[in-house]
Ligand binder design. Structure first.
Ligand code: PMV
Length: 353
């Protein structure tokens, strides 16, 4: 008896140009393009196994060991449906292929880091789901094509299908067919950049990205300015900085964009606060670290960025990481404020088994 089963794993990504706002909530089409770095660390990944079997009664999902409902018409159901449709196309073209697209699937996924701790678990989760179904269905693994489907699970997930430096092009078409991820540069292009993750809190976040974004789109005038007049130029400039391996420009844009994302959250009615006092103290530390470097005739040495939560991600050239860790440990001696504190990324992207 043939067993139809496949496992794939996908890493977390952290945006330098933030996605915040949907122009289509069902298809998950963003109000602006975004760009991220895929963190490829063994302990920041989702690993997902999918199995198709005619004896299964229905599609089912287990997340970190607990069964989760697959809601009809929900994001999980959409991703599974789209992947089955791709398989069906293959089966229609090649009648010798086993007709597994009609079998129910059982999906089992694990994150090896705290879920919903502001560490983008939905990004790695949906990317691993789509990658595992692609392996199960033996689909051609064009990552941009798969990113169209991962996007409909969680917007930022589309970027986790690639390693290295990745852009999600917002696209223009109403059907979303041009809203997908592309690789700006592979990890090997700029191996010197590392990421340090400071887990300030692993509590579940207060306002989910879905409801936060919706409120921002409905109420923030600053968001309108950001999407029209700020992000397009930043996308161009940061891609150029990455291609030129210009850390100074990369860091400046990354920090500006994190600041503006949190300003847009504050401009939402009622306002949303994702950072806390420890997050702000880490910003002050990095600002001071950079100020001293510049005062001594140097350039920016580190960049902070924060997603929809209080945890800091610090990008820096490898040679500065040790010094930054020492600074953080010195100024935050309450070390248990940082759980599982530091990660170094060696972004290889999705791996399949
Ligand atoms: O894909 P979502 O719904 O988890 O939204 C992610 C939003 C941010 O992490 C704040 C920004 C980003 O581009 O990843």
């Amino acid at each position: 008896m043939t067993v139809y089963q496949a496992t794939a794993s996908a890493p977390v990504n952290i945006a330098c140009i933030k996605y915040w706002g949907k122009r289509d909530t069902k298809l998950i089409l963003p109000t602006n393009s975004s760009l991220s770095v895929t963190l490829d660390q063994d302990h920041l990944r989702s690993t997902t196994t999918s199995r198709a079997d005619p004896s299964f009664q229905k599609d089912r999902l287990w997340l970190n060991g607990d069964e989760e409902e697959i809601k009809d018409g929900g994001r999980m159901a959409t991703c599974i449906k789209e992947m089955k449709a791709l398989r069906r196309q293959l089966e229609d073209k090649d009648p010798s292929l086993p007709k597994i697209s009609g079998y129910p699937v059982h999906i089992c996924s694990r994150n090896n880091f705290p879920t919903a701790a502001g560490l983008a678990s939905s990004a790695s989760g949906f990317a691993a789901l789509v990658a595992s179904l692609a392996a199960l269905y033996q689909l051609p693994t064009d990552a941009s094509r798969l990113s169209l489907i991962a996007r409909q699970g969680s917007g930022s997930a589309c970027r986790s299908l690639f390693g290295g430096f990745v852009a999600w092009q917002m696209g223009e078409r109403p059907d979303g067919s041009d809203s997908y991820a592309v690789q700006v540069a592979p990890r090997e292009h700029w191996p010197d950049i590392h990421a340090l993750i400071c887990v300030v809190s692993d509590d579940k976040k207060g306002t989910s990205s879905t409801s936060g974004m919706q409120r921002t789109v409905e109420t923030s005038t600053l968001l309108q300015h950001r999407i029209k007049h700020v992000v397009p130029e930043r996308m161009r400039a940061i891609s150029e900085a990455i291609l030129a391996r210009d850390f100074d420009a990369f860091a400046r844009i990354t920090m500006q964009d994190s600041n503006q994302f949190h300003a847009v959250a504050l401009d939402t009615d009622p306002p949303i606060f994702y950072m806390n006092d420890v997050s702000r103290a880490i910003i002050a530390l990095i600002v001071e670290y950079n100020r001293v470097a510049i005062a001594n005739g140097g350039k920016l040495r580190a960049a902070y960025t924060y997603d929809a939560g209080p945890n800091a991600v610090i990008y820096a050239p490898k040679e500065n990481i040790k010094e930054i860790v020492e600074l953080i440990v010195k100024y935050f001696p309450q070390a248990d404020a940082f759980k599982d504190p530091f990660g170094v990324f060696d972004g290889k992207g999705v791996t399949g088994k």
